[in-house]
Ligand binder design. Structure first.
Ligand code: ADP
Ligand code: MG
Length: 291
């Protein structure tokens, strides 16, 4: 009998740290004994680089364009500690739908029966995402992933993308779509960043899974083509990623988030803008102490 594979999707704005975070989660889970597949769903196709010494693997879409018959070994490559790496890839820029690539890649692996054959415990999809395009909602919509996490910093554009994702999850939640496991707060160093994110998750009825600091350890590891888990396993940052990985794999109950309407989101951001300005000028302290 085949066991149930845990399917997780990680979303977030471009450049926010999805692939870095996902690869460290995959690497950490592999060291805990889980059989992991990381499935890159960004047309950039660089999700799995740091699991494979900085090298790029052929994408499913490119391979399908080149060959009539594609075998599992043409598109699945092992990386650090045996993590299976796949990159969906994308269409030529300006042509076709990038989301289509995700559907095609997922279908191909299903046809090839690889999920069962590899005896996987967990598949993590690393997905670009504002969910403005229906294609990128595929892992949520089609019930491919069960639990969704979003990576966000305290920057407004990142929060905006997270809020859009919440809208997508809410929309499909009645038809068997994936639910939200929580928000992974990345690059959180300033105390006010934490306050902003805490406020956002409270307003949208979700939770922070982990606060991940911005760290030069991550940069050093990336420059060596490695995850932090591989390059600096004893670092503080690796500890954070292991703790995050444990929380992600142990998530059993995800929820429907409560996204803000765009006008509410803007008003919320404006309040924070006033607050940060007041902090800078010292007004806040004055007010708080009743002067
Ligand atoms: P995405 O996959 O969301 O497009 P990446 O994971 O490729 O983003 O990250 C973008 C850049 O930010 C990379 O150079 C990465 O090393 C860096 N980065 C992400 N998270 C951190 C962090 N916590 N500390 C330091 N650098 C980070
Ligand atoms: Mg990426």
């Amino acid at each position: 009998m085949s066991k149930k594979i845990k399917q997780i999707a990680i979303y977030g704005k471009g450049g926010i740290g999805k692939s870095t975070t996902t690869s460290n989660i995959s690497a950490a889970l592999s060291t805990m004994g889980y059989k992991v597949m990381q499935f890159g769903c960004d047309p950039k196709a660089d999700s799995t680089n740091t699991l494979r010494d900085g090298t790029y693997i052929p994408t499913v879409l490119d391979t399908l364009r080149e060959k009539n018959k594609v075998n599992a070994q043409d598109v699945i490559f092992q990386g650090f500690n045996g993590v299976y790496c796949v990159e969906a890839g994308g269409p030529a820029p300006g042509v076709g739908c990038a989301g289509r690539g995700i559907i095609t890649a997922v279908q191909l692996l299903k046809q090839l029966n690889v999920y069962e054959e590899l005896d996987l415990d967990v598949i993590i999809y690393d997905v670009l995402g504002d969910v403005v395009c229906g294609g990128f909602a595929v892992p949520i919509r089609e019930g491919i992933a069960e639990h969704v996490f979003t990576v966000s910093s305290a920057d407004f554009m990142a929060v905006y993308a997270a809020n859009n994702l919440f809208k997508g999850i809410q929309k499909y939640s009645n038809s068997g779509g994936a639910l939200l496991g929580g928000l992974i707060a990345n690059s959180i160093n300033a105390p006010y960043s934490r306050d902003i994110i805490d406020d956002f998750v409270a307003k949208t009825k979700t939770r922070v899974v982990e606060y991940v600091p911005r760290s030069v350890t991550v940069t050093q590891a990336e420059l060596q083509g490695k995850t932090t888990i591989e390059a600096a396993p004893n670092s503080e940052q690796a500890k954070v990623y292991r703790s995050l990985a444990k929380k992600v794999i142990e998530t059993t109950e995800s929820k429907v988030p409560a996204p803000l309407e765009i006008s509410e989101l803007r008003a919320w951001a404006a309040t924070w803008a006033d607050h940060l300005l007041a902090m800078e000028t010292g007004e806040v302290r004055g007010k708080a102490s009743g002067i």
